[in-house]
Ligand binder design. Structure first.
Ligand code: NG6
Ligand code: CA
Length: 505
């Protein structure tokens, strides 16, 4: 043995012992082939849960996950809007690398290339059954979709064995469910036509027929009317296939529960992408008025109830001890997102963004910093973690959990942090908001100058635009009140250099 190695031997042995110890849990987890569930909410803010400090809303079922698992306080979606965040979540690639990763219309082609790696594809290769129930919003088909045939490619071609989805958002056409590529309950004698350019002759619209509306539009959302709600985009036909808005939560919950029951005897991955509290907020009558905060509060309570029911099924099917649950949201909160639904009027003293600045669409913290919880009965010890983590890290970390060597392009394996063994996250992160990017490193965030309004006046959210550089120390100034760009030039320059190096990668 060389002298050098001899000298280093004790160090190597200690190193290996430490590695083994921290790897033990990982190994135990791997041997069990745990089921994996991602529960993804839509527009739920950092301050919308009682476990994250909300005082006006009580969310006991989500709180039970937060209190029994790891509650992350420094966790990010990649983006402050839906499509790019979902792109990042499933592929592990920063969405700003893909110029088409923007909020998509319901007629957009599939955004993720079928050759790209995704979480379901990776897990399928390891013998998992994979399913999605809920909101997709990543495009479908190749451009000119015929909704009366099998819509392909879609989630099935990206690794989901089972896909029961809505194509885009609850406020966009087509307002139908799609079951493994086929519109559910479609009557072939009443074919569906969709356009995002023009109306179909003779069809009423929100703009021209306000007398038909049960919910009034505030901005946008004045095209086809479905169930009294004006939507984005035009739709004709497909009467029997149209969803019932107030039943959507129960409908998706039922599908998610069916999925658990059908696949309880094999390792499975379920992506349960809930539609709340995105607009239009349509609580089931059971939840109407329950929050005292109008439909936005009511649908958050509805979502919490759904999660309680979902957990009950996991328990009844004896799956709890072998299932890792990840709970998070695709972007930050918004009150008025285009409908007169009392979200602003009845909000009272509730702070959907918590102590953070901004909201949905914003480069400030509340755009992308979201609730994030991991829960695994008997495996994860309850704790609060302030480690810097991002949803793009899930793909590499889940790969490690199922014992394969794989990295998403921008994804880091921080499995031990996700399962509460460590408290060290990533060092740096680029966040994105409507095609603008900012750079987080350690406790610091740097927002480069952007033209454009400081506030989006329709939604009343500060977007983060300024003609000057912005630099905040988030540890000392979580509300981003003190711009230190002028007083700490050295830090600012360091951040700019590193940001440009990563951004240009
Ligand atoms: C915006 C919509 C908004 C919402 C958002 C997508 C208008 C004026 N606003 O364009 O209501 O649908 O897109 O939200 O149409 S997301 O959470 O899916 O990104
Ligand atoms: Ca969203």
């Amino acid at each position: 043995m060389g002298k050098f190695i001899k000298l280093l031997l004790p160090v190597i042995i200690i190193g290996l012992l430490v590695a083994c110890q921290s790897g033990n849990k990982q190994k135990a987890a791997t041997e069990k082939k745990p089921n994996i569930v991602i529960i993804y909410l839509d527009d739920l803010g950092y301050g919308d849960l009682s476990s994250y400090g909300a005082t006006e809303l009580v969310t006991p079922n989500i709180d039970a996950l937060a209190n029994g698992g790891v509650r992350f306080t420094n966790a990010y979606a990649t983006s402050s809007t839906c499509t790019p965040s979902r792109y990042g979540l499933l592929t592990g690639e920063y969405p700003w690398r893909n110029k088409n990763a923007k909020i998509l219309p319901g007629s957009a082609p599939l955004l993720i290339d079928t050759s790209q790696m995704t979480i379901p594809k990776m897990l399928k290769s390891q013998g998992y059954h994979t399913g999605i129930v809920g909101k997709w919003h990543l495009g479908l088909g190749t451009g000119d979709v015929d909704w009366n045939q099998r819509v392909v490619p879609g989630p099935n071609e990206l690794g989901f064995d089972d896909a029961y989805i809505m194509a885009a958002t609850q406020d966009r056409v087509p307002t139908v469910y799609i079951n493994n590529g086929y519109v559910d309950n479609l009557d072939p004698n009443d074919p569906i036509e969709i356009s995002y350019k023009q109306n179909f002759e003779g069809e009423p619209t929100g703009k021209e027929n306000p007398e038909l509306l049960s919910l009034k539009w505030h901005h946008g959302h004045n095209n086809s009317i479905i169930n009294g709600i004006p939507r984005i985009g035009f739709m004709k036909g497909g009467e029997t296939a149209k969803w019932s808005d107030v039943d959507m939560a129960d409908h998706f919950l039922g599908k998610a529960q069916e999925y658990l029951k059908a696949h309880k005897n094999e390792p499975f991955f379920l992506y349960y992408a809930m539609q709340q509290p995105h607009v239009p907020r349509t609580p089931h009558p059971r939840f109407e008025g329950k929050s005292g905060m109008g439909p936005r509060g009511d649908v958050i309570l509805e979502a919490d109830w759904c999660i309680g029911e979902f957990m009950k099924t996991l328990r009844e099917e004896e799956l709890l001890e072998n299932t890792l649950i990840v709970f998070t949201s695709d972007n930050g909160p918004v009150l008025n997102d285009g409908y007169h639904d009392d979200a602003v009027e009845k909000n009272g003293v509730h702070t959907p963004s918590g102590t953070l600045r901004g909201g949905k669409y914003s480069l400030f913290e509340a755009g992308t910093r979201v609730p994030f919880i991991t829960f695994w009965k008997g495996e994860i010890e309850p704790r609060v973690s302030d480690a810097l983590i991002c949803q793009i890290d899930l793909i590499s970390s889940i790969a490690a959990l199922v014992d394969i060597e794989m990295r998403g392009p921008d994804s880091e394996n921080i499995l031990n942090t996700f399962i509460g063994e460590h408290n060290v996250g990533r060092e740096e992160l680029i966040i994105e908001a409507t095609s603008r990017t900012a750079f987080r490193k350690g406790d610091w965030i740097m927002i480069p100058p952007y033209k454009g309004p400081a506030v989006n006046k329709y939604v009343n959210i500060e977007l983060g635009n300024s003609l000057k550089y912005q630099l905040y120390n988030l540890k000392e100034d979580i509300g981003q009140k003190n711009n230190l760009a002028d007083s700490n030039k050295e830090k600012l320059n360091e951040m700019i250099v590193r940001f440009e190096a990563v951004r240009g990668k």
